[in-house]
Design a protein around this ligand. Structure first.
Ligand code: HEC
Length: 160
């Protein structure tokens, strides 16, 4: 009898572990997908900032919309059971959550403001760097929330 109870308890623990791991993988996938959507939409505007692509207002509006739509999803995808696994997020995300969330909220409001302000190449050059600077606020090898951008871009080659 005692053995049976023990076996049931073990089975329950095993089932719980499976559920926890499944949630964890889902959240990690969601946030990596959200960040990829922003990074993909940002590729052409990034070239524009370097003079490697002609100014294109539609592409700029695309990345601003990608930030507005995906940054909130990103922010919501860091439950406590997703600290480990196929993730590059550093422990700082959970240690400094209020600061992390504040960066995202400001990023979204900056994107909304920029959508109203960017009308041409001159306003793009004035306003857009404020948004890309925010990438560097999180991505940095010294004390960031994520690795440097070069390393993170390599991650985009992995299937999700
Ligand atoms: C609020 C902080 C924050 C901001 C702002 C931010 N990132 Fe990230 N980014 C992260 C974190 C954390 C991860 C790691 C997610 C994971 O692996 O769980 C990440 C992951 C990535 C990845 C890898 C995605 C993958 O395939 O795993 C890329 C590429 C990336 N970011 C690019 C950018 C670019 C470009 C910007 C600016 C346009 C940006 N990020 C802004 C925090 C941020």
């Amino acid at each position: 009898m005692r053995r049976a109870v023990f076996a049931v308890a073990l089975a329950a623990i095993a089932a719980g572990t499976v559920i926890a791991v499944a949630q964890n993988a889902d959240a990690i996938k969601q946030r990596r997908e959200a960040m990829r959507a922003i990074a993909r939409a940002g590729a052409e505007p990034f070239k524009m900032t370097r003079g490697e692509a002609p100014f294109n207002l539609v592409a700029v509006q695309g990345v601003l919309k990608a930030i507005e739509d995906n940054a909130p999803k990103f922010k919501a995808a860091f439950p406590d059971n997703s600290k480990t696994g196929a993730t590059d997020a550093t422990a700082k995300v959970w240690e400094s959550r209020a600061e992390f969330n504040a960066i995202i909220d400001k990023w979204v409001s900056d994107a909304k403001a920029a959508a109203g302000l960017i009308k041409d190449e001159a306003s793009f050059k004035a306003e857009y760097p404020k948004l890309t600077q925010t990438c560097g606020t999180c991505h940095g090898n010294r004390g960031g929330y994520a690795p440097g951008l070069g390393d993170s871009f390599k991650k985009m080659q992995e299937p999700l």
